[in-house]
Design a protein around this ligand. Structure first.
Ligand code: PLP
Length: 413
């Protein structure tokens, strides 16, 4: 019988581009898929399931509490909502038209990005701080902690921080400023795994809430993510995400996630209700989190490294005669991701886009990282590939090189 995608007339792709949402994120492991299938066939109380998830996530992150969301963006939305409302049911009902007197989130200007729409959707208004001289190549500065401190007003509700290697100012300096002002820090760490240490690092550095993507290297379902942090804020986020169309006197939320006495009664449907998450996503994420921790950075890095080395080995003979250079990157640091770059000869750089389109139109279709294609570079990433895929990816790449007149498939190993 045709596989499920063939039945719907859709062909699958080999994804060497990385965990892109538009390419369906990373395929989940068999154990995750099996757990999701089993979970999908049963009924469960969603709040009870999220309470169980909270305990697991707390253990993995060192946070007081956690919550499984439909992605890191969803985690940012409900995390921002929590920062805006605290445990006020009136404020929850008011979002996204948050109290106009206290809805501003400070953010370092260089950290603005397309995903911060999630924070704005909750009702927050972003106020930019700093001047990214570094990004412009005009200087060395970006933003300093004192600039954030001086930008705090009575309208400031929180600080949004986007975690990245080299982010400035360091998170520790930002949380110190925030703590002094009594403000929460919401950290977008969506793509900061691995290294696995980052699961605990941002919490340890004083973040009040941290968002991770489940569908990236963590290996969870594409529509999954984690919000973890302070118990009161996670509770406020949960209250604005769960379906709470319930009678007050019949509401018995799980104590491990929701302190009924602290909230008084159920709020109405919150702003996070649009980020509904399925039970199978929650179960899949928890199983993936466990596998991610058990595999460890070293074994994961070795598995990924073997895949890109395999692609390189199968490409070598076919590309070398045509002046196409291969290079492996990220091999030394087990917290980094091994990658293979293919660089076209200087006079053929303009054909990188043709090559990409030929690969995507090929059989099988192969997608690569396009971010350096204007420099004639295609990058192969291993996260969404399986150990056996290297030879197939290489053969499809050589066929596309031949089709675009850049190489010949015959010389392939
Ligand atoms: C991928 C990403 C997100 C969104 O993650 P999802 O899990 O797809 O919602 C948010 N912020 C950053 C910085 C990201 O890289």
């Amino acid at each position: 019988m045709a596989d499920i995608y063939e039945q719907f007339g859709v062909r699958t792709i080999l994804n060497a581009a990385g965990t892109l949402t538009r390419l369906s994120s990373a395929p989940v492991r068999a154990e995750v898929a099996a757990a999701m299938a089993e979970a999908a066939g049963r009924s469960v109380d969603m709040a009870a399931l999220e309470a169980a998830a909270s305990a697991r996530i707390a253990a993995a992150t060192g946070a007081q509490a956690g919550y499984v969301t439909s992605g890191a963006a969803a985690a940012l939305l409900i995390g921002a909502a929590a920062c805006l409302t605290g445990l006020s049911r009136t404020k929850m009902a008011g979002l996204p038209d948050a109290p106009p007197d206290k809805r501003e989130f400070l953010v370092v200007r260089s950290q603005r990005n397309s995903y911060d729409i999630a924070v704005r959707l909750a009702g927050a208004r972003l106020v930019e701080v700093g001047l990214p001289d570094r990004a412009a190549g005009a200087g060395v500065r970006d933003a300093d902690a004192f600039e954030l401190e001086d930008a705090i007003t009575e309208r400031t509700a929180a600080i949004l921080y986007v975690a990245r290697v080299g982010a400035s100012p360091p998170l520790l300096d930002v949380t110190a400023v925030a703590r002094k002002a009594g403000l929460p820090v919401l950290v977008d760490a969506a793509a900061e795994l691995p290294p696995a240490d980052n699961l605990t690092r941002f919490i340890a550095e004083g973040a009040d809430l941290v968002a991770f993507s489940g569908g990236k290297a963590l290996g969870g379902p594409p529509a999954s993510g984690i919000l973890c942090g302070r118990a009161d804020l996670v509770m406020a986020a949960a209250l604005q995400q769960l379906d709470l169309d319930v009678y007050d006197h019949l509401w018995r939320p799980p104590a491990g996630l929701i302190d009924r006495a602290a909230i008084g009664g159920p709020p109405r449907h919150g702003v996070g209700r649009v980020t509904k998450v399925g039970k199978e996503q929650i179960v899949g994420l928890l199983v993936a989190l466990d596998l991610f921790l058990r595999e460890g950075d070293g074994a994961r890095h070795a598995r990924w490294r073997a895949i890109v080395e395999d692609i390189a080995a199968h490409l070598e003979a076919g590309v070398a005669p045509h002046g196409i250079a291969l290079a492996l990157h990220g091999l030394d640091d087990t917290g980094d991701m091994p990658r293979l770059s293919l660089t076209l000869p200087p006079d053929r750089r303009g054909q990188a886009a043709d090559l990409i389109l030929a690969m995507e139109a090929g059989r099988p279709a192969v997608h690569v990282d396009q971010s350096a294609h204007r420099e004639g570079v295609l990058t192969f990433k291993p996260v969404c590939l399986s150990p056996g895929d290297g030879a197939v990816v290489a053969a499809a790449t050589l066929a596309a090189l031949e089709a675009t007149g850049l190489g010949d498939a015959e010389a392939s190993a």
